[in-house]
Design a protein around this ligand. Structure first.
Ligand code: NDP
Length: 253
């Protein structure tokens, strides 16, 4: 059996990571770079991305920064073009950028829903659409979509967020069945509570206080725990299509 069919190491592969300026995206970009991938770092906060790129380069890796709004179709497309111009194409796309604006439906600021749908769902779809031609041209690829336990279930205050993450699940399942014919794998990652900046942006103050209080009483996952799951999925032999990984902290029921 040839090495190519059995060894799915990612050394030299090009990995685009959205939402790489903090939390899961930052940890994932670092882990992919440590595994030998050339990483394209996307988010809006340039200084954070440049600092991360510096850390990766200092460790001997390769990284480039694309500052842009992943919810904007033109910028999502620009991100993939940047990857192609800098590193020649895209092998791995980690659609990670997301917002979790929890709150009860009846009290919702509907702008929160638009922001979440535009980023969590449409942004992920735009980047995927933009990346597929490059992956096809390279004979294969891997799309990793970061969903959530809220993509499998819902609870009071999660309805709007869950709607976006259930959308990610539906999109990913249809996508998986289409693109596998071109050697492109699709993995959905569904984290439970992870210690990140995600709750900082919740606009419904009562929900924010309640949710942060809940996290304070548990040992959440660390971003590196999710990064390890991404690395696991993308380093499997090419015959293996890891469809879904659900990870909760032990403390989460
Ligand atoms: P963070 O808030 O720490 O990270 C979110 C990242 O997304 C940041 O890098 C942020 O950077 C980026 N981002 C936000 N808006 C945009 C935008 N418009 N364009 C580009 N980048 C953007 O949270 P997490 O690391 O926790 O979140 C990552 C993913 O994990 C999300 O999809 C989230 O839904 C999911 N998740 C998280 C869980 C948790 O408990 N933390 C649980 C389950 C799923 P910047 O502001 O610089 O643009």
């Amino acid at each position: 059996m040839s090495a190519a069919s059995t060894n799915a190491g990612i050394r030299g592969k090009v990995a685009v990571v959205t939402g790489a300026s903090s939390g899961i995206g930052e940890a994932t970009a670092l882990a992919l770079a440590e595994a030998g991938a050339k990483v394209v770092l996307n988010a809006r906060r340039q200084e954070r991305l440049e600092a991360l790129a510096g850390r990766i380069r200092d460790a001997g890796g390769e990284a480039t920064v694309f500052v842009g709004d992943a919810a904007d179709e033109g910028q999502a497309r620009g991100m993939i073009q940047h990857a192609t111009q800098t590193f020649g194409g895209v092998d791995i796309l980690v659609n990670n950028a997301g917002l979790m604006l929890l709150g009860p439906v009846a009290d919702a600021d509907t702008e929160d829903w638009r922001r979440m749908i535009n980023l969590n769902l449409l942004g992920l779809m735009y980047a995927t659409h933009a990346a597929i031609p490059s992956m096809r041209a390279r004979g294969g690829g891997h799309i990793v979509n970061v969903s959530s336990v809220s993509g499998r279930g819902a609870s009071p205050t999660s309805a709007g967020y869950s709607a976006t993450k259930w959308g990610v699940g539906g999109f990913s399942e249809g996508l998986r069945q289409e693109v596998r014919l071109h050697g492109i794998r699709v993995t959905v990652i569904e984290p439970g509570v992870v210690r990140t900046e995600l709750t900082d942006h919740i606009t419904h103050q009562e929900t924010k206080t309640t949710y942060e209080g809940r996290i304070a009483q548990m040992t959440p996952l660390e971003p590196e725990d999710i990064a390890a799951a991404v690395v696991y999925a993308v380093t499997q032999p090419v015959r293996v299509n890891v469809n879904e990984i659900l990870i909760r902290p032990l403390d989460q029921g």
